[in-house]
Write a protein that binds this ligand. Structure first.
Ligand code: GLN
Length: 448
């Protein structure tokens, strides 16, 4: 643990992954583990963990990278943190992210810029960019991300590591600062598939605090991994929409090469179609923003965090605190969401988007009926340059075209490193049937 902190301090000036370090408490935790001893079959004991800063940690500042929560210290641990702490992992600190997880580059953080672990002129992706950069740069072997529309998978892809967005309901959202509650899932970001599988088994399962968490049995995903031959006889779908216009040549090449690898390993790869994939981004930005506009109402200057000074009345407290506390991207989402939900526009926007969501789910169901999983890129491009897209929200939103439909459908999605383009990593995405993360890990492991 001491070495971990020494290394984080030495490298974080370059990477900027961590917002808050948990040094005193972590060293105490480590001492306690030394004193108590650990079970021989506990692979997680003493493992250093980075926690995205929208996951609450008792006694440790949690900001969601927003000025409005700049001084917020939670009084309880999120369920995922509680579970891993019980497994004797050590929380090293809180990682940078896009403000309230809104963004794809970690540049909407109110506090600092995080750099890609491979090239410090590039973004780390987002919104879990701090977690991904921390893992890829060797600061911690495991970090938590949250994924509402790609925020675990895209930064994992941009940093050449492994990221799992579990099936909706697989992992408790208790203690995750809500963005789009019908889309949000917490998941592990790791260097290897096996590490990822180990952590998911430890954090998954029903939680009485989150009624959307499933009571389905949680397999020992790591034990389920078999080397080499595990994709033999599997049928894989490769949607033609995933390699269409807008996807970089190098990305397309990496995915086609991965398809060949799967064929050599004994799987069949068919071209399939997800005909409504292109409508995912539009539907998502309406649904996620609508849910966000509701979820963010609680930041009113009274209950949490930032409160504006020089106010004349209660209305002023709300308006000024929110105007000063939220950044531009968050305000954009609140306005879009409030508009979409308002009387007179609800049918045309929110309801329409909800219908599109069902159509997208049905596309996936049709393919997954006779395919074990779907493969494709995570993102259309490798990491882009810092500052390149921040001022262009539409371009930024379009980057999510391959990850968002998976959230809309509630399916599991795994990002696995698949190659390089000009020395930047390119990630492959494996998408599975509900609660079948095990097949994705097997397929990722066979490829890895
Ligand atoms: N880039 C998407 C957005 O800005 C996804 C964010 C996420 O998954 N948290 O909404």
């Amino acid at each position: 643990t001491q070495e971990t902190f020494a290394n984080v301090k030495a490298t974080d000036a370059k990477i900027g992954a961590f917002l808050t370090l948990n040094e005193d408490a972590a060293l105490k935790q480590a001492d306690a583990i030394d004193a108590d001893g650990v079970a021989a079959d506990n692979p997680l004991a003493g493992i250093a963990i980075g926690v995205k800063d929208n996951i609450v940690t008792k006694g440790l500042k949690t900001t969601a990278s927003s000025k409005i929560l700049a001084n917020f210290t939670p009084v309880y641990d999120a369920t995922v943190v509680e579970k891993l702490t019980a497994a004797k992992t050590i929380t090293i600190g809180k990682t940078n992210m896009d403000e309230f997880a809104m963004g794809g580059s970690t540049e909407t953080s109110a506090f600092q810029t995080t750099k890609n672990a491979w090239d410090q002129t590039k973004v780390p992706g987002g919104s879990s960019g701090g977690s991904a950069a921390a893992v890829a740069s060797g600061q911690v072997p495991v970090a938590f991300g949250s994924d509402t529309g790609g925020s675990i998978r895209q930064p994992a892809s941009f940093n050449g590591i492994v990221g799992m967005k579990p099936t909706y309901g697989r992992v408790s959202r208790w203690g995750l600062i809500a963005f789009g509650s019908s889309l949000d899932q917490i998941g592990p970001i790791t260097r290897t598939i096996k590490d990822n599988a180990t952590v998911l088994s430890a954090i998954a399962g029903h939680d009485k605090h989150d009624l959307t968490s499933s009571d389905k049995a949680v397999p020992d995903f790591a034990a389920g991994l078999n080397e080499g031959t595990s994709v033999k006889g599997m049928r894989i779908g490769l949607p033609k929409e995933f390699l269409a216009e807008g996807v970089d040549d190098d990305v397309r090449k990496a995915i086609l090469a991965a398809a060949d690898t799967y064929r050599q390993l004994g799987a069949t790869v068919d071209e399939v179609s997800l005909p409504h994939n292109q409508y995912g981004v539009a539907a998502y930005y309406i649904i996620a923003s609508s849910e966000a506009s509701s979820n963010l109402q609680r930041f009113d200057g009274i209950r949490y965090g930032y409160r504006a000074q020089d106010v004349k009345n209660l209305e002023d407290v709300y308006v000024k605190s929110r105007s000063e506390g939220f950044g531009d991207e968050v305000k954009r989402r609140i306005m879009l969401g409030t508009f979409s939900l308002s009387a007179g526009f609800y049918d045309a926007y929110f309801l329409k988007a909800a219908k599109v969501r069902t159509v997208i789910l049905n596309d996936f169901k049709a393919v997954l009926k006779d395919h074990d999983f779907i493969m494709g890129p995570v993102a259309p491009t490798p990491a882009f340059g810092l500052g390149d897209e921040l001022m262009d929200p539409i371009t930024m939103y379009m980057n999510d075209v391959l990850t968002i439909p998976v959230n809309l459908a509630g399916l599991p999605g795994l990002a696995v490193p698949a190659g390089f383009s000009n020395n930047l990593p390119v990630g492959m995405q494996l998408i599975g049937r509900p609660f079948d993360e095990g097949t994705l890990y097997k397929a990722g492991y066979a490829f890895e």
